[in-house]
Design a protein around this ligand. Structure first.
Ligand code: SF4
Length: 349
């Protein structure tokens, strides 16, 4: 057996039973690939199932409101993925009459589809001989071949693609790409890879030189996490309504909903300042302001650490009813706000 035959045989005996592996429908493959771009498989599966059951056809996704897509996406993070899915579904419906484009050149032009996703859809749905390189393959190839090129240098991608293309199982490029990813994620794992039972260990560069953790090579990540102090105002109006607004700026959570927000440079701020800002939203009478959480709630994103405080303004217990809760829960919101709502209302169903 040559290298590729060994890989494919391992894959067919060991592959996990994942829902998107049972289809060649490009729409389903696209959804799964976008979900898995920044999400682990275990977390992604229930979202994939929800998505496919709510929007079984590209047309159904294109014809819904963006807000509904964001709501379904809630909790997955990187909401730009959901906005792009919706945008691109509308474009495919209009420009391609709902038929998913089947060439790499057309796929790569679609919003939210980069080289990896275009190659994954092209190979898995249309049997195109395209090498899709994800983090698992970067790691597996780097270790096995001893590749010292930095994987976050865009020029390296071409090198890895060529390498993979040369080894590709040309009769079945989709399964080949998935086999590589599966091997990287299940055997040649980032920590504690299963080298002893690895079918490639005899010729593995990193294993034989005892340098597994030297690969893959990366540039030093100099980007520091920034801290942001977010203060949300829970303003109750006379009619017991809680004020909400939509985030429209090009920032995290674009197009999601939130309570009125102001950001500060430090954690501690005076009640006076809160009152002043809250009064811009609503004419306050006999104001009663207090913090809901004494210590800020941490929410960690890839490059930001958010420290969140909720301020209750004129809270009247009558507000905490099922109907207000249900109204708020309809809106797509960052998960830190959704958690707040669940705890704030603390309703027994
Ligand atoms: S021997 Fe270890 S490092 Fe080398 S390919 Fe196999 S699992 Fe990866």
């Amino acid at each position: 057996m040559n290298w590729t035959e060994k890989l494919m045989s391992w894959y067919y005996q060991n592959k996990r039973n994942l829902p998107w592996r049972k289809t060649k429908n490009p729409y389903y493959i696209w959804i799964s690939e976008v979900i898995l771009q920044q999400t682990k498989i275990k977390q992604g599966i229930p979202y994939y199932k929800k998505f496919i059951s709510q929007y079984p056809k590209l047309k159904s996704l294109a014809e819904t409101k963006e807000e509904n897509v964001l709501k379904l996406w809630q909790g997955l993070g990187y909401y730009g993925r959901a906005r792009n899915l919706h945008f691109t579904s509308k474009l495919i419906l209009k420009k391609y009459k709902g038929i998913f484009p089947s060439s790499y050149d057309e796929l790569i032009k679609l919003k939210g589809i980069g080289d990896y996703t275009a190659s994954a859809i092209g190979s898995m749905a249309f049997d195109l001989q395209l090498a899709a390189i994800d983090g698992n393959i970067f790691r597996f190839f780097s270790r096995y071949f001893g590749i010292k090129k930095s994987i976050d240098n865009s020029k390296s991608l071409k090198y890895f693609k060529n390498k993979s293309y040369k080894l590709m199982c040309k009769q079945n490029p989709g399964d080949y790409n998935q086999a590589l990813m599966e091997f990287g994620s299940e055997i040649c794992k980032p920590r504690n890879p299963y080298c002893q039972k690895c079918i490639f260990k005899k010729n593995c560069y990193a294993f034989n030189l005892n340098k597994i953790y030297d690969f893959p090579v990366r540039k030093k990540n100099s980007r520091k996490k920034i801290n942001r102090f977010l203060n949300y105002l829970i303003i109750i109006k006379e009619n017991d309504e809680i004020i909400l607004e939509k985030r429209t700026k090009n920032d995290i959570w674009k197009n999601l909903y939130q309570f009125p927000l102001f950001e500060t440079k430090k954690e501690n701020i005076s009640i006076k300042k809160v009152e002043k800002i809250a009064s811009k939203y609503y004419k306050l009478v006999n104001t009663n302001i207090r913090k809901w959480n004494l210590k800020p709630i941490k929410s960690i994103l890839s490059h930001q650490e958010l420290l969140v405080t909720f301020w209750l303004i004129n809270l009247d217990k009558r507000v905490l009813n099922k109907s207000n809760y249900n109204k708020l829960k309809k809106y797509p919101m960052p998960i830190v706000l959704d958690n707040f709502i669940n705890n704030f209302f603390n309703l027994k169903s």
